[in-house]
Ligand binder design. Structure first.
Ligand SMILES: [Zn+2]
Length: 299
């Protein structure tokens, strides 16, 4: 029973006054927040607008000029960093503005890669994205749900243009982080697992640095994402590799030791046995069919 039906009973003795269709009347319903909360939201949105600027961009697919919203460098305030490098911000969240979307053709990408698209990839975008694109008007400021939608649109573009695994993985990681902010654990795990698959593949097949990460940082991140997705054995193997590689910085080794201790601590408290890590490099896992179909639902 929804609130409208439930609340209609509150007004049920007023039929004789002519109020006999009260099914959709709610006493509190969605207005509980009141006008004050709405006013606060507007003040926050107006404040956020002052922290943004418009940056002119030329779409490499259709050559349309458009203004992408960007966060002023001085605006972002870092609050903390999670163990998988997710940065938590106050005031404004730069992740929300990380994806640029060309509204003329549907081409979307994380801004770092936006210009870097090859001729044959452009053809894939035109054929598979532009032909279906209906356009979308976004509000002046973006929220978490919009950020997720834009990151997914970007990921769909990466899939269509057959981008590098590191790009797909990094895009998946950012979606996982957005779901972490949304406290949607299941979706976060789905995207962390996809990140892991792409990142392992990139680790073995691509050049470093990738997205600002060197080989050792990537090793650590693979370990940490394994830990976060419940594969402690694999996490221990990667952390051990970081710790025992001589040229790794002391800071990164400390991070790996901390996360290794965390696993040991969890296991000692859960009374579970953690078998010793096997020698050699951990193998990458196989791909999951149908994944792209399921994550792009709703676009
Ligand atoms: Zn375009």
């Amino acid at each position: 029973m929804d609130n409208g039906q439930k609340d209609s009973k509150l007004f049920s003795d007023l039929e004789y006054l002519g109020f006999n269709k009260t099914d959709n009347w709610e006493l509190y319903g969605s207005n509980t927040a009141g006008p004050e909360k709405q006013a606060v939201k507007e003040v926050e949105e107006n404040k956020e607008k002052t922290l943004l600027y418009e940056r002119e961009v030329i779409c490499p697919v259709c050559e349309t000029r458009f203004n992408a919203r960007a966060v002023k460098v001085s605006a972002a305030r870092t609050v903390s960093k999670d163990s998988d490098f997710f940065i938590r911000y106050s005031v404004i969240n730069p992740y929300f503005y990380d994806v640029w979307v060309c509204n003329s053709c549907g081409y979307a990408s994380m801004k770092k890669d936006f210009e870097y698209i090859k001729e044959h990839q452009i053809e894939h975008i035109k054929k598979n994205i532009t032909s279906r694109w209906r356009g979308r008007k976004y509000p002046e400021t973006y929220d978490l749900d919009i950020a997720i939608e834009r990151y997914k649109l970007s990921l769909l573009n990466y899939a269509v243009r057959n981008a590098k695994n590191s790009s797909k993985a990094m895009n998946c990681l950012k979606i996982a982080w957005m779901y972490r902010l949304k406290e949607d654990v299941e979706s976060e795990q789905t995207f962390l697992l996809q990140t892991l698959e792409g990142l392992e593949n990139a680790y073995y097949n691509e050049d470093f640095p990738m997205y600002g990460m060197d080989r050792f940082t990537t090793m650590y991140l693979i370990g940490e994402l394994s830990r976060r997705t419940g594969n402690d054995e694999k996490a221990m193997q990667w952390f051990s590799k970081v710790i025992t590689t001589t040229s790794v910085s002391p800071k990164l080794k400390d991070l790996a030791r901390d996360q290794k201790d965390l696993i040991k601590f969890d296991h000692s408290h859960n009374d579970t046995d953690l078998s010793a890590p096997a020698a050699g490099e951990p193998a990458a896992e196989g791909s999951k069919k149908g994944f792209f179909r399921s994550i792009f639902r709703g676009l």
